[in-house]
Design a protein around this ligand. Structure first.
Ligand code: Q9C
Ligand code: ZN
Length: 350
């Protein structure tokens, strides 16, 4: 199995995120991926490779994100520093939002102030944008794209060590530590490579709101997500069981929210439900946004999976028999995220 390594990931190193009125140290840190690499050096379940430099990345990004959002991201750091040269010493976090027209605010006059523009494109204040965020996110997306190309070329599994993560990023917004939706890039690339039906099975603790939204009105990409109930868990405003898709996409989105505190037995039964729905869709390939924040020791999440459970999870996923791309999403028990990730990759082998 090829494991695409984002050699630029550490250029995204946010310092602090806003949490309940305080700035706290970021959970989504470069050491997460370092632990995965360290574990891979002990247990080489695949071959570490880098994405080719000549991939059609910009075209692939435009397939899932709006041009204005990508342009915003590409120049965000420059514009943040232009707002005030002192900003070069701090990360960009939004502090004001247009909250949509439903509250009477105007969205028809594009703001020039960068703080206002950041609020247009970010849905939370937990996702610091730094000098290196764009370079890191771009290269992460290149890993996802390269993983899809590997699968299109005949590889059965491919892993993309995407960091920053991606599944909360929507067509034109960032948030939840995510900038580019790597799983959506991968799924769209599989489709564009000639596969008519692609399924996404999101196993991160948090609902994959970005991926759901990107494919919500489509019947060619089936999206399923098992996650903490959004009535109590982030991202709160999407991920409920009654969201089943819209228009041509009606019936092609499946949300399986579970209460905080859910252990492996119930989670496992829910995985069977999700996998049955994936099988019923009869996809030609699968994308798994792999979050390890379902782990019992995760500091910001509430499920109770244990390290050994991840071997069983991926053995089951492998039994779907589908060419599969995995993207790296959440998982904030930093010391254990390497073991848990490599357990998944090991389990794929049966
Ligand atoms: N203090 C992913 O797992 N903040 N994103 C929760 C923590 C947002 C998680 C509050 C969590 C986002 C990719
Ligand atoms: Zn998560």
């Amino acid at each position: 199995m090829k494991i695409f390594h984002n050699t630029h990931h550490a250029e995204h190193a946010g310092r602090q995120e806003m949490f309940r009125g305080r700035l706290v140290d970021c959970h989504e840190v470069p050491m997460r991926l370092q632990h995965v690499l360290d574990e891979l050096s002990k247990r080489p379940v695949g071959t570490l490779v880098q994405p080719a430099a000549d991939l059609p990345l910009d075209a692939a990004l435009r397939r899932v994100h709006s041009a204005d959002y990508l342009d915003f991201l590409a120049h965000a750091w420059r514009d943040w520093v232009a707002l005030d040269p002192a900003n070069a010493a701090v990360d960009a976090l939004p502090s004001v939002w247009p909250l949509a027209a439903r509250h009477g605010f105007r969205t028809d006059v594009p703001p020039l102030n960068f703080a206002a523009r950041l609020g247009q494109y970010a849905f939370d204040s937990g996702t610091p944008l730094t000098a290196g965020s764009w370079a890191a996110a771009r290269e992460g997306a290149a890993c996802a794209l390269a993983a899809s190309h590997a699968v299109l070329g005949g590889d059965h599994f491919a892993m993309a060590l995407t960091r920053p993560p991606g599944h909360h990023a929507g067509p034109n917004y960032m948030g939840g530590y995510c900038f580019i939706n790597n799983a959506a890039v991968a799924a769209q690339a599989l489709h564009d490579g000639g596969l008519q039906r692609v399924a996404v099975l999101d196993v991160d603790y948090h609902h994959g709101n970005g991926t759901q939204t990107i494919f919500y009105e489509r019947s060619d990409v089936f999206t399923a997500s098992i996650h903490g109930d959004p009535r109590t868990e982030y991202p709160f405003f999407l991920g409920h069981a009654d969201e089943r898709g819209a228009g041509a996409g009606e019936g092609f989105n499946l949300n399986l929210p579970l209460p905080r505190g859910t252990g492996f037995e119930v989670w496992w039964a829910t995985l069977q439900t999700a996998m049955q729905a994936v099988s019923d869709f009869a996809p030609q390939a699968l994308v798994v946004p792999l979050g390890l924040d379902t782990f019992e020791g995760d500091p910001i999440s509430g499920f109770k999976l244990r390290s050994a459970d991840y071997l069983q999870v991926s053995r089951a996923i492998a039994q779907l028999g589908l060419p599969t791309v995995l993207t790296f999403e959440g998982g904030y028990a930093v010391a254990e995220v390497g073991v848990n990730t490599v357990n998944v990759l090991e389990g794929l082998r049966g």
